[in-house]
Design a protein around this ligand. Structure first.
Ligand SMILES: Nc1nc2c(ncn2[C@@H]2O[C@H](COP(=O)(O)OP(=O)(O)OP(=O)(O)O)[C@@H](O)[C@H]2O)c(=O)[nH]1
Length: 228
């Protein structure tokens, strides 16, 4: 096999993003996969699906399949099927919404149950979103840290709006899954804050047609309406 053929066969990792409705899961996935942010809330029905290729140290290219699961699916029939076999799980909450943090216990229990019989357990990360709204924070950072320590979770804080630490969030989970170490310079580079650009959902399709995303970014969006 030639080098280029080998390069094109990236490892694929399934990363599931879960948490309460409106905590920012779709925004996080969209910021990561398309470097865009929409101010308007549009509830995810069932799930959305994104693909993005990232690079890890050692010239390792990995394609992340990001499963953005609608917050209303908790307690539903399909949720454990969506989560089964995930390599990584992002447990997302909104730092300004205490209830979204409290409910993570239920989301986490569901993850453990869904993977009870799986051979490999997913890497799970606790993600506090909306850190641009620090002045409205209701979940203290020490509560977040305690939950991480008690459950051996990877601790992360992000803002889907500004882009703060979003790429790093996915990169850290992928690195952890593959047992790759990120050095300080790589972490600092991934932490960069991206200036927020507001996307109007109604014009989104047109905008993407005029300005197609970079070739490394591929989005496949499917609505599994039949499951909802
Ligand atoms: N200020 C701020 N707002 C955010 C951030 N992330 C998301 N939002 C806003 O929060 C609202 C909900 O975001 P979504 O990404 O749709 O939330 P979700 O978790 O996917 O919601 P469901 O589809 O119901 O599961 C939207 O109005 C977003 O613009 C953030 O980092 N900062």
């Amino acid at each position: 096999m030639s080098d280029s053929e080998e390069d094109s066969q990236d490892k694929q990792l399934k990363i599931v993003v879960i948490g309460d409705g409106a905590c920012g899961k779709t925004s996080l996935a969209t910021r990561f996969a398309q470097e865009a942010f929409g101010k308007q809330y549009k509830q995810t029905i069932g799930l959305d699906f994104f693909l993005k290729r990232i690079s890890l140290p050692g010239n390792l290219n990995v394609t992340l399949q990001v499963w953005d699961i609608g917050g209303q699916t908790l307690g539903g029939k399909m949720l454990d099927k969506y989560v089964y076999g995930a390599h990584g799980v992002l447990l997302v909450y909104d730092i300004t919404n205490y209830q979204s943090f409290e409910n993570l216990e239920d989301w986490f229990n569901m993850v453990k149950k869904a993977n009870e019989e799986a051979d490999i357990q997913p890497v799970v990360s606790l993600v506090g979103n909306k850190i641009d709204l620090e002045h409205m924070r209701t979940v203290k950072a020490d509560k977040h840290q305690r939950f991480c320590q008690e459950n051996s979770l990877v601790s992360q804080f992000v803002s889907a709006k500004t882009g703060d630490s979003v790429y790093l969030c996915f990169q850290r989970v992928a690195a952890e899954i593959l047992g790759v170490k990120l050095n300080k310079a790589e972490i600092e580079q991934s932490q960069r804050v991206v200036k927020a650009d507001i996307v109007n959902y109604s014009q989104d399709t047109v905008a993407r047609t005029v300005n197609p995303p970079r070739s490394s970014m591929l989005q496949i969006k499917k609505y599994f309406t039949s499951f909802s």
